[in-house]
Design a protein around this ligand. Structure first.
Ligand SMILES: Cc1cc2nc3c(=O)[nH]c(=O)nc-3n(C[C@H](O)[C@H](O)[C@H](O)COP(=O)(O)O)c2cc1C
Length: 208
């Protein structure tokens, strides 16, 4: 795994909390939601946020199917891996897909995946601003998802994101935090491990 040379802490993570955008600071992937559905206007705003994301040469490869009808969810659940059974509790899902030929491939690197990631991140931060919580998943049978949603032949399913409002009971909220801690989901590599200054291996010094 690539890592920068070990250095001391670059910035005090606590001091970052005042400058980080709240949507970034408070975002967490959750597996618990209230049953409150997402209103059509909310879906529109979320997809508008995704639509405004930048993409390589403005190719805009990402496409979406919103799923919030019980019957479609039930059919999709049958092609989702068992480890992601939590997804069934979410009031809505957005399935992101793309045709790789719609975007650049540079030195063998297919940029549709990068561009789709940018768009989904925009959608998720917008969701956070609207008081929603989300969890992305890649554990499903791609052919099955394509068949259930009648996606085009050349489409690749990139990610499925479950969305909803946070659970209203304090027990459910506590369970979310407990599960998060158990799976160490909150843990991140230190910036000094991820980044260098001027050349790889040169520690990133204190930000002045
Ligand atoms: C591309 C991608 C795929 C993911 N797939 C799954 C998945 O299949 N099942 C799951 O429970 N979580 C999945 N996650 C959630 C990650 O496990 C989670 O984002 C990570 O543990 C960090 O936690 P945080 O988002 O709360 O900071 C996925 C996240 C991303 C970005």
């Amino acid at each position: 795994m690539l890592k920068a040379k070990k250095g001391g802490p670059v910035v005090n993570p606590k001091s970052l909390t005042v400058t980080l955008a709240p949507a970034i600071h408070y975002r967490q992937s959750t597996t618990n939601w209230s049953s409150q559905p997402l209103q059509p206007i909310v879906w529109e705003v979320l997809l508008e946020a995704a639509r405004r994301a930048p993409s390589s040469w403005n190719h805009q490869p990402a496409r979406y199917v919103v799923v919030d009808h019980q019957q479609t969810k039930k059919r999709l659940m049958s092609v989702i891996h068992r480890g992601n059974a939590w997804a069934g509790k979410a009031p809505g899902w957005v399935v992101q897909f793309a045709c790789p030929a719609d975007d650049d491939i540079i030195d063998g690197k297919p940029y549709y995946l990068y561009d789709c990631g940018l768009a989904m991140m925009s959608l998720i931060y917008q969701a956070q601003v609207l008081g929603l919580v989300a969890r992305q998943m890649i554990g499903w049978d791609e052919q099955g998802v394509k068949e259930v949603l009648a996606l085009p032949k050349h489409a690749r399913v990139v990610v499925i994101t479950a969305l909803g409002y946070p659970p209203s009971t304090s027990f459910a909220r506590r369970m979310t935090h407990f599960r998060r801690r158990m799976t160490q989901q909150h843990k991140r590599f230190a910036v000094a491990y991820l980044a260098a200054r001027e050349h790889w291996g040169n520690p990133l010094c204190q930000v002045d």
